[in-house]
Write a protein that binds this ligand. Sequence first.
Ligand SMILES: Nc1ncnc2c1ncn2[C@@H]1O[C@H](COP(=O)(O)OP(=O)(O)OP(=O)(O)O)[C@@H](O)[C@H]1O
Length: 211
Amino acid sequence: MTATPAAAPLLEARGLSFRRQDEPVFAPMDFQLHAGELALVEGDNGSGKTTLLRMLAGLLHVGEGELRWRGAPLQRDATAGDILFLGHQLGLKADFSPRENLRVAASLHGCRDGTNAASVLARIGLRGYEDEPVRRLSAGQKKRAALARLLLLPATLWLLDEPYANLDRIGIALVNELLERHTDAGGAAMVTSHGTVSFHGGEPRRIRMHG
Ligand SMILES: Nc1ncnc2c1ncn2[C@@H]1O[C@H](COP(=O)(O)OP(=O)(O)OP(=O)(O)O)[C@@H](O)[C@H]1O
């Protein structure tokens, strides 16, 4: 992770909006996210939470407004590897094993210091499934295989769309622990969830979607 100027938010949105067929998906938004912060993105079904995260991840073009990263206009080339998106579609190759999927991800963005695929797969609860094709895993195990990227890759900002979906109680607690450790270490995260987020690392920032 590179150093951030003391006062500059990690991420800042100014008048950000998105249009489909010329209709705004959500009203223009302003928000800031600082290093060490967790933000919960809240809103009803269809209010634009996934759209917002996909836009922040660079998967959708910014409609109107501005995105700033570490105090300067966000340049996609400069943030590649620093922003990690985990969406409803998990981005796993079904014929590859969890280990092979991690290898592909790490070949693009490198690994956190002191981590490797075997250790993060054990940590995420996939010991014994490291070399199983992903298509043979359960929904929760697939989710864990995708979440393993959070432990392996050196991203600063995590964009997590429904990270608790399909997880059991232990998996949910694990996600909360990963979020706490990440924010404690100066990372940041934006999370959508229709369930209760029992995050113990202080009061999260709340970003409310309005149509
Ligand atoms: N690929 C698409 N093509 C056209 N419209 C879309 C597409 N994806 C989403 N939308 C529309 O954009 C709006 C916002 O959708 P989005 O998925 O961002 O909402 P959400 O808040 O994440 O919903 P949910 O809580 O149901 O996951 C919805 O009205 C939806 O119908």
